[in-house]
Ligand binder design. Structure first.
Ligand code: PLP
Length: 378
């Protein structure tokens, strides 16, 4: 099912990433504002737990939903972080947030209509369509502080909706009152809420919506991974939380597709979930980078920006008023100034004046990258 309102083949995040790699191979000093991959190492405990697990022979098949130690550690982590009791049979451990999302969408009725709030991480629509669902986009705008119009959702015929707060790419976190309205609409309309909480550890102080697990009376599937919070992108470590019946179904899918998540990665999850100080430090680090990026973007580029409440990105609007093509800009910026940003259109055709920039390098490099952007625009 194709969407009429969106161009299908914008310059993708992968196009930019590959082009940047090619320039680097030619010896160019590329400043990366592209891939959402932490520039720091996982916690020391995670690395040693992984190696120790491998040495102890823990490289075997496991229970399809995850080893009891990992599911218990996840349940205890949720109890500490969100103050909600989740039973271990409401949890499935799997290999990465992307696969977890695939399972979440695949567990919905055939030919579902999935609501996606734009700007959106492109994998949502790609996965939903790959599975054979329809998608409906709900546009949000910088001018409205990236707030959503809940009436649009109320009036839609979606049977599921994806929430991603803190958001990639805007950094927005919804107000509690908006979440409450959404939850009420979702329960009245029997919509499943798929809540992607991969950035939930990167929050910058504001009192915020913490997790869909804090709500009641609705069918939810929480998807999260350890990729961002613990710099474990290549470990492919993730989990889903839902009601027992949904989790049983998702556990069966996990069993059919991959038997189980790798055993030593599950031990790495157990180690990671006790690294609370590490997580706090990294959130603090990203917050400082956000401040540096926000002021440089405003001062040097005159950009319009919502200062992110969380996550790892900024999504500035570079040139309002006159026509600005973020795809052309991203390619030119990379070729002439060796700075890689993702064009706003990768997150929805409405965002051609925006670019997404990651906050995953030190402050000096962030400032230098923005300086090079200013030189191209001037
Ligand atoms: N959800 C969002 C919003 C993301 O940005 C990403 C990765 O960039 C993921 C999920 C999945 O990450 P992973 O598959 O590494 O767990």
């Amino acid at each position: 099912m194709q969407e009429q309102t969106r161009k299908e083949r914008p310059v993708s995040l992968v196009d930019i990433f590959l082009k940047a790699r090619e320039l680097e191979r030619e010896g160019k000093d590329v400043i990366h504002f592209d891939a959402g991959e932490p520039d720091f190492d996982p916690p020391e405990q995670v690395m040693s737990a992984t190696i120790n697990a491998i040495r102890a022979g823990r490289g075997r098949y496991t229970e399809s939903g995850g080893i009891p130690e990992a599911r218990r550690a996840i349940s205890e982590h949720i109890a500490r972080k969100i103050r909600v009791e989740i039973a271990t049979n409401q949890i499935v451990v799997t290999a990465g947030g992307r696969l977890a999302l695939y399972y979440a969408f695949a567990s919905l009725p055939k030919n579902s209509k999935i609501g996606i709030i734009s700007p959106d991480w492109p994998a949502y629509k790609d996965l939903a369509r790959f599975i054979g669902h329809q998608v409906q986009f709900f546009e949000t705008r910088l001018e409205d502080g990236w707030d959503i119009d809940v009436d649009q959702i109320r009036n839609s015929d979606c049977n599921a909706i994806v929430l991603n707060y803190p958001n990639n790419p805007t950094g927005k976190i919804l107000e509690d009152s908006v979440i409450r309205d959404l939850v009420q609409i979702a329960s009245e309309k029997k919509m499943t809420v798929v809540s992607d909480e991969v950035y939930s550890d990167y929050v910058f102080g504001k009192k915020h919506f913490r997790s869909i697990l804090e709500t009641t009376g609705l069918h939810y599937i929480l998807v999260t991974s350890l990729s961002k919070s613990y710099a474990m992108t290549g470990y492919r470590a993730a989990y889903l939380v839902s009601d027992e019946k949904t989790i049983q179904h998702i556990g069966r899918m996990n069993s059919m597709i991959m038997t189980s998540a790798p055993e030593f990665v599950q031990y790495a999850i157990v180690a990671a979930l006790s690294c609370e100080e590490y997580v706090k430090e990294k959130a603090e680090l990203i917050k400082k980078r956000r401040d540096v990026a926000a002021s440089a973007l405003k001062e040097r580029l005159g950009a319009e920006l919502y200062s992110p409440d969380g996550a790892l990105y900024v999504f500035p609007k570079l040139h309002s008023g006159r026509s600005f093509d973020s795809e052309r800009f991203a390619l030119e910026l990379l070729e002439k100034k060796f700075v890689s940003v993702s064009p706003g259109t990768a997150f929805g055709s409405w965002y051609k004046e925006h670019v997404r920039m990651t906050l995953l390098q030190d402050e000096k490099r962030i400032e230098e990258g923005i300086e090079r952007m200013a030189q191209l625009i001037e």
